[in-house]
Design a protein around this ligand. Structure first.
Ligand SMILES: [Ca+2]
Length: 679
């Protein structure tokens, strides 16, 4: 009895100590409660963009205020260096290579995975998704990304993963007037939305999140709101009042748009925080903020004004600049204002952390989960991350896909290993992130044992992902198909067979994968592309081509041309042929977001010199004469002149014959608008 009393007394002492001297993070814990959960994510925002990470130019007063009241993660990682895979990781806690989302616009969040929304729904939560989805197509009819994105195989809407309410786009839309994106509309629970789509996109989507939250609170239900902003992803556009803020300070147009759309986003975050306080639910709401990957562009310029802070590399790379992103958690019930942590954490941790807090485990949960519960961190008992964070992305050595970084990385409490494991050019790099966060000094040679043990973890990770891809983590039968071959395997069949497309989550950023525009039918059902087996395609495909984000190039491909007359596109040769009638002509629709002067390069074939043609955009006209390539089947690039496109936006280019030489005007592969150097 005495023993029991002592034990009780000890326990009471322990409780008293607990209450009087709580750990660094605990305020007034209420373990049985189900906190509301809001996952906010900016798109392509760099670590150095928000004020709380040191930015002195971009105005983010609401995020800065939130940061003061939050746990600031000094080392927060996105699960991947590009959009779609990063988002999959945030919703499932599992690395995207386990379910075939290799890069942006590839694969989809498999139904066999369990998302945070599905899990919380079983616990009485109401669930909503607002903004960019990027984890599947939203209609089986088409993807605005073009025929390369298999809209049927990848059809996966938010409600198929547990979101009862959703107001979402398949991929990026302009950050101002998102209605401009006719090929990529907002859907509200499966129906194309047409109302309240003008002005700031962050406001447009917050206008939908707020009533959802109000209703959940009125119904006394805990809620999960996943708010995935489009800003500051391309097309980066800010409204006049936001541009003016920065124009007045002398910043150029690209800066005005980039900074302005972040400030507009920040205002909506302030609006949300105020709502939570007004409704009396701020205390027990976990309000997270992060970005899905690092800032866009090889370097700063145009509308690519994002800052990676002190880090090397940017979006698409596994250098810190691609994956080390802003991270905040505001949760007054459990997190003391002014808390910080230097322990590496990840978007992969959202899922296990939330399930740990709510205190349940999903039946049939696919395992392993790559993230960890951060509850011990909140309780002050986590001194180190218990398991390292694995990364794998598509890429290689070319700067377009991975900006020069190796394809795999492992981050532990101190070191980061980067490796091109299995590639012929395999090279291992090791950095001590505690003393060298800028990744300047490779110390692999000095620490072969560290390299070896970290590499072993990545080898095991890769083998584990392969098992996941084959469906071995699922309790239900799963038959993998050709798109479930990991990129590291021979026979990996990406893009060409319609599984997805090149790794870029910009809207049509690769100009040779033109977006289809529902011009003729006026709805989501745009013209179905001709099957590859047919020799020729009908005229008037009407696809909009977008300027490439990185190179600034506008590639007006034959496949995207609208044909007028009897002209035919020949898919097997990717060219326009049978151009014997001088009355027949071509046009293309395209959009640019980096205005300037462009050299017009026509790639065409003719056996003899002399056909004359005219290229026109608006009232600018260029007359040029075809110089022979020697053969209609052989392309030769020729410069027709220069165009000055002074504004961002939509244009039409026409190519009209003036006279033909011999039997035909020419065969045509493409018209390229190549940015002139003085852009
Ligand atoms: Ca992104």
């Amino acid at each position: 009895m005495k023993h029991v009393m002592n034990h009780l007394r000890l326990s009471m002492v322990a409780v008293a100590v607990f209450l009087l001297a709580p750990s660094a993070f605990i305020n007034a814990a209420e373990p049985s409660a189900k906190p509301n959960v809001i996952l906010m994510m900016a798109d392509d925002m760099g670590y150095g963009d928000p004020g709380f990470n040191g930015n002195k130019i971009i105005q983010t007063p609401n995020l800065d205020e939130m940061a003061k009241n939050s746990l600031i993660f000094q080392r927060f990682y996105s699960p991947a260096p590009v959009c779609s895979p990063s988002r999959g990781g945030c919703l499932t806690g599992r690395h995207p290579y386990r379910y075939g989302i290799w890069t942006a616009n590839e694969g989809h969040l498999r139904k066999e995975e369990i998302s945070l929304a599905e899990a919380l729904e079983t616990q009485g939560y109401v669930t909503g998704h607002f903004g960019k989805w990027h984890l599947g197509t939203l209609t089986t009819n088409q993807s605005g990304k073009g025929p390369g994105r298999n809209a049927v195989r990848n059809y996966l809407t938010p409600d198929m993963h547990g979101f009862g309410e959703w107001f979402s786009t398949e991929y990026a839309v302009p950050t101002w007037d998102p209605i401009n994106s006719t090929v990529n509309p907002y859907y509200h629970v499966g129906k194309i939305e047409t109302e309240n789509l003008l002005g700031d996109d962050s406001r447009v989507l917050m206008d939908r999140a707020i009533p959802f939250i109000r209703k959940a609170v009125a119904d006394k239900k805990p809620f999960l709101a996943v708010i995935w902003f489009h800003a500051p992803h391309e097309p980066v556009v800010a409204g006049p009042e936001f541009r003016k803020m920065y124009a007045d300070k002398g910043y150029d147009e690209g800066q005005q748009n980039y900074y302005g759309c972040i400030t507009a986003e920040d205002i909506q975050i302030g609006r949300l925080r105020k709502l939570l306080r007004d409704l009396g639910v701020a205390d027990n709401t976990m309000l997270w903020f992060t970005s899905d990957n690092g800032p866009e562009g090889d370097e700063i310029g145009g509308t690519k004004q994002g800052s990676a802070g002190p880090f090397r590399g940017r979006k698409r790379s596994l250098w810190e600049g691609g994956i080390h992103v802003p991270g905040l958690l505001e949760w007054p019930a459990r997190i003391k204002p002014g808390s910080t942590t230097a322990i590496p954490c990840s978007g992969l941790d959202y899922f296990p952390t939330t399930l740990d807090i709510v205190g349940f485990r999903m039946k049939g949960q696919p395992e392993p989960i790559d993230g960890v519960s951060l509850v011990p961190l909140f309780e002050g008992t986590m001194k180190e991350r218990p398991v390292p964070i694995p990364f794998e992305t598509l890429g290689g050595t070319d700067t377009k896909t991975s900006r020069g970084s190796p394809r795999m990385a492992l981050v532990d409490n101190r070191y980061k290993l980067l490796t091109d494991m299995g590639n012929p050019s395999e090279k291992d790099l090791l950095f001590d992130l505690l003393s060298d966060r800028g990744e300047t000094t490779d110390i692999a040679a000095q620490h072969p044992d560290v390299v070896k043990s970290m590499k072993k973890i990545l080898q095991d990770f890769r083998a584990s992902c392969k098992r996941s891809l084959e469906g071995k983590d699922y309790s239900t039968p799963f038959t993998p198909d050709q798109y479930d071959i990991p990129p590291s395997e021979p026979g990996f069949a990406r893009s060409k067979n319609g599984g997805g497309e090149a790794g870029d989550d910009s809207e049509g950023a690769k100009a040779n994968k033109p977006n289809k525009k529902a011009k003729k039918t006026g709805g989501a059902k745009s013209a179905v592309p001709a099957p590859a087996s047919s020799d020729t395609a009908p005229s008037g495909q009407g696809k909009v081509t977008f300027q490439d984000d990185d190179s600034g190039l506008v590639n007006l491909a034959a496949s995207a041309a609208i044909t007028h007359g009897d002209l035919r596109y020949i898919p097997s040769q990717e060219k326009i042929g049978r151009w014997s009638n001088e009355k027949d002509w071509l046009s293309w629709e395209f959009q640019i977001h980096q205005p300037g002067k462009f050299k017009v390069e026509v790639s065409c074939g003719q056996t003899e010199d002399g056909s004359v043609y005219e290229i026109a955009v608006g009232d600018q006209k260029l007359k040029s004469t075809v110089s022979a390539s020697g053969d209609f089947k052989k392309a030769k690039a020729q410069i027709a002149g220069e165009l000055n496109l002074t504004k961002s936006g939509s244009y039409t280019l026409t190519l009209t014959p003036v006279s033909k030489q011999g039997q035909a005007v020419m065969t045509l592969w493409s018209v390229n608008l190549v940015p002139a150097n003085n852009r």
